[in-house]
Write a protein of this length. Structure first.
Length: 461
C-alpha cells in the first residue's frame, strides 16, 4: 500500500519497512500493518503499541517513544491524528478518481452501499469502484479509508458523518466530492446541536469544496430543501437534483410489495426505470432514488443498467433487512442498527404494509435527542395507533415514556435493557407474526434480533 520510500517521504524520516494496511485497533493487527496509535474516548492507542508490534505490525506511528520497541519500528510524530491525515492526503493525490460524498441524518450507509453496488456490478467498472468500510465516516474512519483506497480507483464512494459544525469541512480537505448526496435531515444528534436547523447547516458544509461540484442531490421532502438548494448554488453547483416527492427529479411511480422484496417503477430524470430489490422498507425504496440518480450522474452509465444491478443488493446488517422464518411463518425486520423519530416512523409505515398478521414492534431507546427526548418517545404512540401496530415491547429508560403512553391492549412488555427483552420476547411471539426490531445502536437491539431468529429452530408453536 505504501512503500518504505513513500513513508520516508511523507514523514521526513527513514522508514525501513513497507506498509500493507493501516490499523488503529491492536486486536485486529495483521502482519505488515502500520499501527497508528490514536487517542479515543475510552482508550489510548499508545498503550497497545507493544502488543501491536509483537503481533506483526511492521511499525507503529506514535507521539512518544515506547520502551522495549526498537526505534526503527516507531515513526515518531507530533500528532498521530495528523499523521493519519497525511497518509490519506498522500494516497488520494496518487489517484485520478472522482468522488461521491454522502451525508445526512439517516440513510447514509445504505445509500453509500446502494451506489457502490450499482456501480461495482457494471463490467466496465469492475474492480475500479471503492467505498468506505462499514460506517467509517468520521475524523478517523474516513482518513483510514482514504489512505487504504487502491490507486487504481476510478470512482470512490465516501460516507461523511459529523457530530459538530465544521467536521465535514475537515473531511473535505481529504476527499473533494464531484457529486454530493444528502440523504435526509432530521432529529439525530439534537443533543449536540440544539435544533434541526443547526444540523441542516452542518450537513450543508458538504457543498463547500474548493472547486464547484458536478452535481448535488437533495431530498425534496426535507423541510430544509430550499436552504440546501441555496447553499449548493452559493458554492457554484449548477446541477441540483431532488428526490423523494412527486415533483422531484427522481420519484416512485409504482411499488408492489412481495413478502421480502419490492417491485418498483420509478421516474428518474424523465426516464422510466423498472427494478426489483430485496426489502420493503420505505427508507430503502426512497434511498434507491438518490442512489441511482447519483450513480448515473457520476458514471454516465444508463439508468436501467444501474437499476438492474440492484436485484442482488442486500441491506447492510441492522438496516431494514427482511428475514422469513419459514418454519414458524414469522417475518422479522431487522432495523436494529440505529433509530430516531423520523426513521422509527418510517419503519412503522413499512411494518404496516404486511397484511393478515399480527404486527409487533420491539423498540429500544432513541438516543442523542436532547432535552425533549421523553416527548419524542411518548409521541410515537400516535404513529403506532395510526398504522395498526398490535403489540409493543420497549426497553430503556426513555422508551418507558412510550410504553406508559400506549393503550393497554398494545402493551407487550417493558424491560430495563435489551438483554432482558431478548430473554422474554420469544415467549410472546406466535406463528404468522411480523416483528420489527429497532433502537439506537448502543441499546444492543441486535440481541433481540438474534433471539427472534432462534425461533426458526424452536419447537414451540
Amino acid at each position: 500500500m505504501f512503500s518504505k520510500e513513500e513513508l520516508s517521504e511523507i514523514f521526513g524520516q527513514t522508514v525501513s519497512e513497507n506498509a500493507d494496511d493501516i490499523c488503529i485497533d491492536s486486536r485486529s493487527v495483521k502482519k505488515g500493518d502500520v499501527f497508528v496509535a490514536v487517542k479515543g474516548e475510552q482508550y489510548d492507542g499508545h498503550d497497545f503499541i507493544k502488543q501491536a508490534v509483537n503481533d506483526g505490525a511492521a511499525f507503529a506511528i506514535s507521539e512518544r517513544n515506547v520502551q522495549g520497541i526498537d526505534s526503527d519500528r516507531i515513526i515518531k510524530v507530533d500528532s498521530s491524528f495528523e499523521a493519519l491525515n497525511k497518509l490519506a492526503k498522500y494516497n488520494v493525490a496518487k489517484t485520478a478518481a472522482k468522488y461521491v460524498g454522502i451525508t445526512g441524518s439517516v440513510g447514509k450507509t445504505t445509500t453509500k452501499q446502494l451506489i457502490y453496488h450499482a456501480l461495482s456490478k457494471q463490467p466496465e467498472l469492475r474492480g475500479k469502484v471503492y467505498t468506505t468500510r462499514k460506517n467509517f465516516n468520521g475524523q478517523i474512519g474516513l482518513p483510514i479509508c482514504a489512505a487504504t483506497m487502491p490507486r487504481s480507483t476510478e470512482i470512490g464512494v465516501f460516507e461523511m458523518g459529523m457530530s459538530a459544525r465544521g467536521e465535514i469541512k475537515k473531511l473535505l480537505k481529504i476527499i473533494q466530492p464531484s457529486v454530493s448526496v444528502i440523504s435526509q435531515i432530521c432529529e439525530t444528534h439534537l443533543e449536540f446541536f440544539g435544533s434541526i436547523w443547526e444540523i441542516a447547516k452542518a450537513k450543508a458544509e458538504i457543498f463547500e469544496t474548493a472547486a464547484p461540484q458536478e452535481a448535488a442531490i437533495i431530498p425534496a421532502d426535507c423541510a430544509f430543501a430550499d436552504f440546501l438548494k441555496q447553499k449548493a448554488r452559493e458554492n457554484g453547483i449548477k446541477n441540483i437534483f431532488t428526490f423523494g416527492s412527486q415533483d422531484s427529479d427522481a420519484k416512485i411511480l409504482e411499488c408492489r410489495q412481495r413478502e421480502e422484496s419490492s417491485e418498483i417503477v420509478a421516474e428518474i430524470l424523465g426516464e422510466k426505470v423498472r427494478y426489483e430489490v430485496c426489502g420493503v422498507s420505505d427508507s430503502l425504496i426512497r434511498n434507491i432514488l438518490s442512489s441511482l440518480l447519483c450513480a448515473h450522474v457520476i458514471s454516465k452509465i444508463p439508468l436501467q443498467k444501474l437499476a438492474d444491478a440492484l436485484a442482488s443488493f442486500e441491506s447492510p446488517s441492522g438496516r431494514g433487512g427482511v428475514f422469513h422464518l419459514k418454519e414458524r411463518d414469522i417475518i422479522l425486520i431487522d432495523d436494529a442498527y440505529n433509530a430516531c423519530p423520523t426513521s422509527v416512523k418510517s419503519a412503522i409505515r413499512s411494518l404496516a404494509k404486511y397484511e393478515g398478521c399480527r404486527k409487533i414492534l420491539a423498540l429500544g431507546d432513541m438516543l442523542e435527542l436532547g432535552r425533549d427526548a421523553n416527548l419524542y418517545h411518548e409521541n410515537l404512540s400516535a404513529t403506532i395507533d395510526k398504522y395498526g401496530v398490535d403489540l409493543v415491547f420497549t426497553c430503556g429508560s426513555l422508551s418507558k415514556y412510550l410504553f406508559d403512553n400506549l393503550r393497554d391492549c398494545k402493551k407487550g412488555g417493558y424491560f430495563e435493557n435489551s438483554a432482558q427483552l431478548a430473554e422474554k420476547i420469544s415467549d410472546k411471539i406466535k406463528n404468522d407474526d411480523c416483528v420489527l426490531v429497532k433502537g439506537s445502536n448502543s441499546m444492543k437491539m441486535n440481541l433481540v434480533v438474534e433471539a427472534v431468529k432462534r425461533l426458526e429452530n424452536s419447537n414451540v408453536l
